[in-house]
Design a protein around this ligand. Sequence first.
Ligand code: TXA
Ligand code: MG
Length: 317
Amino acid sequence: MPLKTLITDSPQEAAALLNQGRLVAFPTETVYGLGAGIDFPDAIARIYTAKGRPADNPLIVHVASQAELLTVAAALTPAARRLVECFVPGPLTLVVRKSDRVPDCVTGGLDTVGVRCPAHPVAHRFLNLCNCPVAAPSANRSGRPSATSWQAVQQDLDGRIDAILRGESSDIGLESTIVDCSGPEPLLLRSGAITLEALQEVLPGIRPAAPASEGEAPKSPGLKYPHYAPRAAVQLLTASQAFPLAANAAWIGIGQAPRGARERCSCHTLEEYANSLFSFFRHCDQEGITTIYCQLPPETGLGRAIRDRLQRAAGQH
Ligand code: TXA
Ligand code: MG
């Protein structure tokens, strides 16, 4: 029996439901999250069922403040402390050794936890009213593009979760930057709006994690699964490649859209590209597009995060 999924504008109502062990989607500045209180193992299990998420993929724990962040971390390395000072609250997830406050069902048995304190007024109000930290993956069906609006959450999860806390569309539109600070050297696990260059200003030694070699466990369990894919095929175009004339094709990139594309999303900036990408993928699926041609931006700044999502969507990881 499908559930009735409540849509609410009230952080109070949403938090009251979460505090009773229900599943509540909520807005953040990166993408929408699908939340359950970490003190409710049944609700945590329901996150996996609702999303169709592989059971070994750990969840990010969301907190309302730096003080609450310290309750889920066993210890912070000097690098983690610097990142907290500079980027928390914000679109950053820190992987740190977990405290006993965090149950194994949230971390898939790992002794580390991903923790994030969003800088989003509605998320902040909601998390403040929750009686415990909130485990939340992105609020999409597993493998699909992340949801950047409440309508996209509804499209994927209506009847499978208890409520959606309605907010504006996400400002950034790509998931948080993830930095592993659990070891001696900080490693960038997932690129996002806090760019590698910005991280290097405060941690000169940080570098992207090397891809896991054959037989080795990836640093971030989620990175081994297919991701962010629309139903349409995703084709990547380098700067020198022209848009091929094809029926039922769409185009997204920076600058003037090619004439032959049936659906187009021409962006002015990398920020706009990041912000439009997942909603454009979803739009193309609704319009029956069969191939989406995506311009690859240069691998600097926010371009690194966009390229990462494009390459995953195209099945290149
Ligand atoms: O912006 C975001 O990060 C959004 C919003 C809702 O906060 N959340 C999000 O969650 O993108 P999710 O579950 O879709 O992606 C989290 C990624 C997964 O690839 C997971 O494997 C990784 O973070 N992760 C979580 N805990 C980890 C840990 N302890 N060590 C390494 N990777 C971890
Ligand atoms: Mg996700």
